[in-house]
Design a protein around this ligand. Sequence first.
Ligand SMILES: *Cc1c(COP(=O)(O)O)cnc(C)c1O
Ligand code: SF4
Length: 328
Amino acid sequence: MQQNQHTGWTEELQNAYSDPLHLLQDLGLTAGDVDLASDGVDFPFRVPRPFAARMRPADALDPLLLQVIPKLDELVEIDGYGLDPVGELQAKRSPALLQKYHGRALIIATGGCAINCRYCFRRHFPYANSVGNANIETALDQIHGDTTLSEVILSGGDPLLLNDGQIASIVDRIDAIQHVRRLRIHTRLPITIPARITDGLITILARARVNPVVVVHINHPNEIDQELSELLKRWSEAGIQLLNQSVLLRGVNDSATTLAELSESLFDAAVLPYYVHLLDPVSGAAHFAVDDTRLKGIVESLRARLPGYLLPRFVREIAGAEAKTPFM
Ligand SMILES: *Cc1c(COP(=O)(O)O)cnc(C)c1O
Ligand code: SF4
């Protein structure tokens, strides 16, 4: 099992569902059950099988299914929802380097993801202009030349789509930049394809001079099964700080009970809840929006249930702000 892990994750990528009808059929559902948009959707369908395996069969309201299924709602144009909802294009220092906040800069390491989440704020991001080794080299040179940067974030797309060799070479380059103290990786791959947590990857991060932080993206406790929980704990045991960010999604995790259970399950897997992002107004995702009054009730109820360290920060991203903006 251990030695198969590498081939395991790349095969899982290739085997991902790319046709919603195949996934629905395997779940015992029809297009009509989920109001499927079969045509006209501008963001492809993509779901790895290990993630689909955690969906409940024959449940059109399954919280994992709802995150990935293109609904007819996506085709409705809504005022205020656009292509670049958080001003990313203005934050570019070079094609692959974004900086919005003091001290930390973000490298767009890849364009794609293993899964396509319908609410993704980068679902319309023009990756073709950003990705590639030459752009990453330019970004690293800029980081080298800017001593105000103490943290580098690898993002994307999903940076763990790079293979271990590519990641090792980026980590080596960052290790050699003495003013960088932390290397953060934002990824959903460990959740969608747990086999991506290879021993090799753990070693690369654990051996680095820079302090490693991995921010995973889990929205619902059903995404965490025993296997994933054990794998995440191995990262933590190797000295890698694990945090989680979620997106607040109507019908998926907009309840205090669900979010409380998520925090508890995260902690069992050695992950601390970090952010719950309010939905960015990206076109095609308006059906996931949760109104502020409802959210206020959820936050108050969570605060009354959880220890402070399991309470995530609820934040909104406002273009041009100097940090994520707290909801309350
Ligand atoms: C969200 C974001 C970060 C990280 O913000 P933290 O508050 O440090 O987690 C960094 N850079 C960019 C461009 C971001 O959008
Ligand atoms: S994994 Fe993250 S970046 Fe990729 S589609 Fe989902 S939300 Fe977007």
